[in-house]
Ligand binder design. Structure first.
Ligand SMILES: Cc1ncc(COP(=O)(O)O)c(C=O)c1O
Length: 436
């Protein structure tokens, strides 16, 4: 059976999930600091060779207790708005704080100036509205451009270059709205067009950036190439990335920033869960887990994303019944191949009311039992920062696995976190009112 040797489980070092996490209450996330450092060191080597500057996009990974592992390789953090900017500032005070938001709110902006050193605007109108006061406060300003070159298919939700996109300023918008005074406010340009892509897609994007904005780039101090660079996945073309960085540096004399989120924490986290029940309906075996796709790994439904499972492989969903053993023995029934054999295929789902709260169909090498530990890999990113308490589902505790193998609980979530998101916290009277 597949499993242990795959990249998402490399951090287990051949040990079983039960050996390592069997003592933890489930569901829980475990962030692996050894893997975080491996990812970060690779990014650090690229910075050392090219002079590029790496930012951590906190929208993907913001478990700040682990930031010290990443810190030696980081120029700073990237935020999507006020709260992430504040988090970056508070937790890595010696580093740069960059922020990009689709549109800033007036009531946030003064506070934002306390935390962010680099502020990137999405449109000339937002630059005109907030730029002068940000500049007067000594900030570096940028404009997000849209090079209008899609490099991904079938992923419109993740394609900022899709027709009609609201993200980034196109050259036509620039021509219509950018005045010389607005251009003078700018220190840099920013683009973000990729999602889990290799550097060939960056190369194509950069060509479009050169065609559309090559004339204005020499006036800039920096170019931020956004996120979506899957640098730490096996097989990523690092030399091509380095050529892209060097091309921008040489062509336009800019400092190059990159702000991936995923690449920092790729394959550096697990979600440990246990089987609560196993049911069978029309030949489909449902394993109901104590974790939920909708609540604890929302990208499974949104993106969609298929997380790897320890010692199991994902297989296509099939509604076909598995013939009972006696029918199987019928000589007229063709022999089923291992691929067709769905006897140990389970549809992993959550305990919520949502029928679509399904992680997927997975083939195990044994029948699943109630209480068994099911370990999902690659769940440090877009998970702990994206989860929710739908159905009153508890937030899983977050643990860190230090580089020496010890485990530390980082959170103490309970009923309070569920309740406080929904309304005013009603302070319980010291003595409960007496029933009349
Ligand atoms: C502006 C911006 N920067 C950086 C990122 C991080 O991307 P990733 O986590 O795919 O590297 C995103 C993701 O949506 C983004 O929108």
């Amino acid at each position: 059976m597949t499993g242990e040797h795959r990249a998402p489980f490399a951090a287990l070092d051949g040990k079983t999930p039960e050996d390592l996490f069997g003592g933890l209450a489930t569901p829980c996330y475990v962030i692996d600091e050894g893997q975080l450092r491996k990812n970060a060191a690779l990014l650090g080597e690229i910075a050392a060779r090219t002079g590029c500057r790496w930012l951590l996009a906190q929208k993907a990974f913001s478990n700040y207790d682990c930031y010290p592992v990443l810190a030696p390789y980081l120029a700073g953090t990237e935020a999507s708005g006020l709260y992430e900017a504040r988090l970056g500032f508070e937790t890595l005070p010696e580093k740069e704080v960059h922020v990009f938001c689709g549109a800033y709110r007036e009531q946030d902006f003064d506070a934002l100036l306390q935390y962010a050193g680099h502020i990137v605007f999405n449109s000339p109108a937002q630059l005109a509205k907030f730029g002068p006061c940000a500049k007067a406060a000594g900030k570096q300003l940028g404009l997000r451009i849209n090079p209008e070159r899609s490099t991904q298919e079938g992923h419109e939700i993740y394609d900022p270059c899709a027709p009609g996109s609201r993200l980034g300023t196109t050259r036509a918008q620039w021509e219509r709205q950018m005045t010389p005074a607005l251009i003078d406010l700018l220190d840099g340009l920013h683009f973000h067009t990729l999602c889990e892509q290799d550097s060939d897609a960056l190369e194509v994007t950069l060509q479009a950036v050169a065609e559309k904005f090559g004339d204005v780039l020499p006036r800039m101090r920096w170019l931020n190439m956004g996120g979506g660079h899957h640098v730490t996945r096996p097989g990523y073309d690092v030399p091509r990335l380095e050529r892209c960085i060097r091309f921008a540096q040489a062509q336009w004399g800019v400092t190059v920033y990159l702000e991936p989120g995923e690449a920092w924490a790729l394959n550096a986290g697990f979600l440990a869960s246990r089987v609560l029940d196993v049911t069978e309906n029309g030949g489909v075996k449902n394993a109901v887990l104590d974790c939920s796709a909708a609540c604890h790994m929302p990208d499974v439904i949104e993106m969609p994303y298929q997380p790897p499972v320890f010692q199991a492989c994902h297989c296509e969903r099939s509604e076909e019944s598995v013939p009972p053993a006696s029918e199987d023995a019928n000589p007229s029934t063709p022999l089923r191949s291992a691929q067709d054999d769905r006897s140990n295929v389970y549809r992993l789902g959550g305990p919520s009311c949502l029928s679509g709260d399904v992680i997927g169909d997975y083939r195990f090498d044994h029948p699943l039992r109630e209480g068994e530990l099911v370990l999902f890999g690659d769940l440090a990113i877009y998970s702990t920062c994206k989860n929710n308490t739908f159905n009153g589902m508890p937030l899983p505790q977050i643990w860190r696995r230090r580089e020496d193998g010890t485990l530390e609980q980082l959170t103490d979530f309970g009923y309070r976190e569920f309740k406080e998101r929904l309304g005013r916290r009603i302070v319980q009277p010291a003595t409960p009112p007496r029933a009349r």
